[in-house]
Structure formats: structure tokens, C-alpha cells
Design a protein around this ligand. Structure first.
Ligand code: NAP
Length: 480
């Protein structure tokens, strides 16, 4: 009999998994989603300027190529509507349990099944649990003293307050990663004054974005080969040119030169340029891809503040030296809790073993998918499967097809659990590959946990991951 499946999350990962199941004729699954709709990160992040920096034809499912992307890099509304359309087209709506957060999942060794508890207090039993929660779903507010005393309005970039008009206000944006770089140019057009608080400078390369012209749109619409060719072209460029830059390969100096030229051409003031020049190797932190960020910082009504923040006071933000800059709105573009994957869900494996405990030195999983002592638990976009250079959707698809192979195996052989030796050889290979990456350098980034262990990123080309996840190796698992 086909196993019953609980999928957690209805973003790109969870929906792709649902599609995989439906295509295999399996209907015994439920997709639990804590929000009121599908879309995951593309539902959460509605800040002005929210867009992807991987081109549309690659940042989409290989089997569901949109014929009418409006522009080269998709903006949030277009991605959200793509995912909504996928949910409809593949009949996923009837499997969705919206506004329902999974709070716990416990493996029962006696029955070989998972008990899943949701926020409404309900408990249901499934053969398999698949996490599609990803790595960027819990906003991180910084621990700055005084925040509770702030008299104005404050919110996180992933919880944008659309009811709060920024026109004519004095605003602070804290952070200068990928989200901030998109927010700042849009907000600067509205505000009376904008302070941008930068703790560490980002490496930035230009984004060759643009709306597709009428001819290009028609060509993509009616010539499927052109869509496939565009996808392939972008994939090869990212694997062949951007990836080597992250592992000290041939293109490292080329990408560095591009970033330096971009800064030099967009920021004429040498003092501002010096503040914006990173002091760590390119690629160590996520490279920001944006062409509007630097020009916004050169506006007379925008100040780049690099003195450390000491505290938030009722009327503004105080920096080292005691200066207070008054603001009525603070926007935290301060990223996400990225290292404690799956938290706060209480996952308990075989013999009452908590996942929290298994991961106390940092999250890890065989192929980023399976964890010893957690039979029939599979992860999408799990530990060490994030990319610094290519489309995460490609990784998710690799994982979905791999998990489908696992479901076929466990349907005939019983609950499957990855063996320790397989996990250990995976860990050794991963560590050796991670040691060659730019992420190892001494910079602080969301890819590393507090102990400095890289828990988020995949260190080899995306195509290499596809090769090793093509089919599960039964000898890596024990069954029953
Ligand atoms: P992020 O890259 O983690 O950036 C957070 C920013 O907040 C950093 O500049 C960080 O400074 C700063 N920060 C954190 N705590 C602070 C504090 N206490 N004081 C001052 N500054 C503080 O988060 P994000 O920009 O939301 O992006 C997260 C990831 O989402 C990206 O790396 C990317 O993978 C994805 N994303 C992609 C896009 C896109 O496709 N264009 C857009 C948005 C997000 P430090 O650097 O010093 O830590």
C-alpha cells in the first residue's frame, strides 16, 4: 500500500513534493501550512522591491515552464502567482491544511509511523514526514537593547507593514544584505530621510534585469525550445562562471573585478566607497546582486551609518560615541534564523531521540535529506543544500525525485533509516569540499552556526548534487 505522507510547508519545496506524489498517483498526503496560503518565502516577503536574483526561466520548476514571464528576474508577485497556479494545476488545494502549524512530530517505533501534532491540538498519524520548511522562514530580530522602548513603528522585512505609509518619514533600515539592498532604493524615494545601518559591507555585483520586450515575450511564448535554451544558458553560466568564484577557481578574480568596477562606477565619493568596500574575500557572505542599491546610498537624503549601534532609544537609534539619529520607523532587514533548521518543531525520532539533541553541534543530514535515528523523515532544502550560486529550485527537484525513490523502497521494505556509516562518509566528503570554499574565510554569515560550522551550504556544483541524488542506494539505509 502507498505510504501516507505529511508534508510541512507549502512553499516551493512542499508544493513540488505534492506534485511529485500526485504525478505518481499517490493521494494519501496532507500539506500542512502555518500561513493562510501557499507560497512560502514568496508569500512572506512582500517588501517593496522583493524579487529573485536568479533568472525566471531557471527559478521555476523544470517541468512547469511559464510561457509568459514578464521580466528576466521575477518579482515577488509574479512568483507567488506562479506557485498559486501550480497549486491549482496539480490539484494540490484539496491536500492543503492552511493556518495549521505543525508543532511536533514523534516517531512511534512500535507502529513504525509518525504522530504529527498541529497548533489546533489535532494529532494525526502518517507513515512518512517530509519537511519543506526550508532555511529562511523565521525572521531574526537583532538583540539590540531598548527596542521595546521605541516610540515609533518597527517591523521586519519579511513582515512588512503595508498599512504604514513611509512618505515623508524619517526611517532607519538596519542591515545591508540581499533584502535591504532591494528595500533601500524603493524606500528612499518616499522618505524625508533614510539612515542605513551597515555592520559589515556586502560585495555587490550588478543585476542585468529588465522587462522582456514584445518580440522576446512572443518568442518565449510560442517556441518552447527558446525557454529551454534560456534555462540551460543561465544554468551553465551559474555553474561555469559563478560557482568557480566561490571555490577559488578561475573566475574568482573576474567576479571580484566586476564587483569593484560596479562600486567604482556607481559610487564616486571615495569616502563612501571606502565604507562600502568589504574587508573579507568575495563570496564568503552571500553576494548581493543589485544595480539600484549603491545609487540609493549616494542620495543626499540617505546616510550610510557604519558606527556600531549601541541601543535603541524612544526617539531613534544611538551609535557608539553617543550620537542619536532620530527616526519614526525602523525596518529590520536583519535576516533569518537559518542555523537551527526545523525549529521550533519538536521532532522526536526512534527511541525518543530529539532532533534538537542530534543537531546540538549543528544541523546535518545525509545528502541533506535523511538523519540517522529518524526513520521515514525526509528533508527538502535541508542542511548543506543551500546554494550561493544557482537556483534552489533545481536542488529541491533533485530532492523530490530522490524522496520519491525512497517512498517506493519503503513501501515494499518498511520504514527506512539512514545508517551511521553512510552518514559519516557523507560528513567527511562534505567537510573536505567545504574546506575549499570562500565561506570558510573569516566573515560572519548566515551560512555558519555560532561555532563556525557551515550548516547551510552545498559546496559543489548543483549538477554534482543532482548526480548523487539520482536514486537512493538501499545499502545506505536499514529497513524495518
Ligand atoms: P541577511 O543576508 O542575513 O542580512 C542581514 C543583514 O542584517 C546583514 O547586513 C547583517 O549584518 C545585518 N544585521 C543583522 N543583525 C544586525 C545587528 N544587530 N546590527 C546591525 N546589523 C545587523 O538577510 P537578508 O538580506 O534577508 O537575506 C537572507 C537571504 O535570503 C539572502 O542571503 C538570500 O539567500 C535570500 N534573499 C534573496 C534575495 C534575492 O534573490 N534577491 C532577496 C532577499 C533575500 P552582518 O553582515 O554584519 O551580519
Amino acid at each position: 500500500m502507498a505510504p501516507t505522507v505529511a508534508i510541512i510547508g507549502a512553499g516551493f519545496g512542499g508544493l513540488c513534493m505534492g506534485i511529485g506524489l500526485r504525478r505518481a498517483g499517490m493521494t494519501g498526503f496532507t500539506i500542512f501550512e502555518r500561513a493562510g496560503g501557499v507560497g512560502g518565502t514568496w508569500r512572506d516577503n512582500t517588501y517593496p522591491g522583493a524579487a529573485c536574483d536568479v533568472p525566471s526561466h531557471l527559478y521555476s520548476y523544470s517541468f512547469e515552464q511559464r510561457r509568459d514571464w514578464s521580466r528576466r528576474f521575477p518579482a515577488q508577485p509574479e512568483l507567488l502567482s506562479y506557485l498559486e497556479d501550480c497549486a491549482d494545476k496539480y490539484g494540490l488545494r484539496r491536500h492543503l491544511r492552511l493556518n495549521t502549524e505543525v508543532t511536533a512530530a514523534e516517531f512511534d517505533g512500535r507502529t513504525g509511523r509518525w504522530r504529527v501534532t498541529t497548533s489546533d491540538g489535532e494529532r494525526r498519524t502518517f507513515d512518512v514526514v517530509i519537511s519543506g520548511v526550508g532555511q529562511l522562514n523565521r525572521p531574526r530580530l537583532p538583540d539590540i537593547p531598548g527596542l521595546a522602548d521605541f516610540r515609533g513603528r518597527s517591523f521586519h522585512s519579511a513582515r512588512w507593514d503595508h498599512g504604514h505609509d513611509l512618505t515623508g518619514r524619517r526611517v532607519a533600515v538596519i542591515g545591508n544584505g540581499s533584502s535591504a539592498a532591494q528595500i533601500i532604493p524603493r524606500v528612499a524615494r518616499l522618505t524625508k530621510h533614510l539612515d542605513v545601518y551597515q555592520r559589515t559591507a556586502s560585495w555587490v555585483i550588478p543585476k542585468a534585469d529588465g522587462v522582456y520586450g514584445e518580440r522576446r515575450r512572443l518568442a518565449f511564448r510560442y517556441v518552447p525550445f527558446l525557454r529551454a535554451a534560456e534555462r540551460e544558458r543561465v544554468f551553465r553560466f551559474l555553474e561555469g562562471v559563478i560557482y568557480p568564484a566561490l571555490v577559488d577557481g578561475w573566475s574568482r578574480n573576474l567576479v571580484l573585478k566586476r564587483a569593484r568596477e560596479h562600486l567604482g562606477s556607481q559610487v564616486p565619493d571615495p569616502e563612501l566607497r571606502a565604507k562600502l568596500t568589504p574587508d573579507y574575500p568575495i563570496g564568503c557572505k552571500r553576494i548581493v546582486i543589485d544595480s539600484d542599491f549603491y545609487p540609493a546610498l549616494t542620495r543626499p537624503d540617505v546616510e550610510l551609518v557604519t558606527e556600531p549601534i549601541t541601543r535603541i532609544v524612544p526617539g531613534g537609534i544611538e551609535t557608539a560615541g553617543g550620537r542619536v539619529r532620530e527616526v519614526d520607523t525602523i525596518i529590520f532587514a536583519t535576516g533569518f534564523h537559518t542555523n537551527d533548521l526545523l525549529a521550533p518543531i519538536e521532532i522526536t525520532g526512534r527511541d525518543g531521540h530529539p532532533l534538537r539533541e542530534a543537531w546540538r553541534d549543528g544541523a546535518e543530514a545525509y545528502l541533506g535529506i535523511a538523519v540517522p535515528r529518524f526513520p521515514n523523515l525526509f528533508l527538502l532544502y535541508g542542511p548543506n543544500t543551500n546554494l550561493g550560486h544557482n537556483s534552489i529550485i533545481y536542488m529541491i527537484e533533485s530532492q523530490v525525485w530522490y524522496i520519491m525513490g525512497c517512498l517506493r523502497l519503503l513501501a515494499s521494505r518498511g520504514p527506512m533509516e539512514v545508517r551511521q556509516p553512510a552518514m559519516e562518509s557523507w560528513r567527511r566528503a562534505l567537510e573536505a569540499a567545504l574546506a575549499r570554499t570562500a565561506w570558510q574565510a573569516s566573515c560572519h554569515s548566515w551560512y555558519k552556526n555560532e561555532a563556525g560550522k557551515i550548516v547551510n551550504n552545498w559546496p559543489r556544483p548543483a549538477a554534482a548534487y543532482r548526480r548523487i541524488t539520482r536514486a537512493p542506494r538501499p545499502d545506505a539505509y536499514r529497513f524495518g
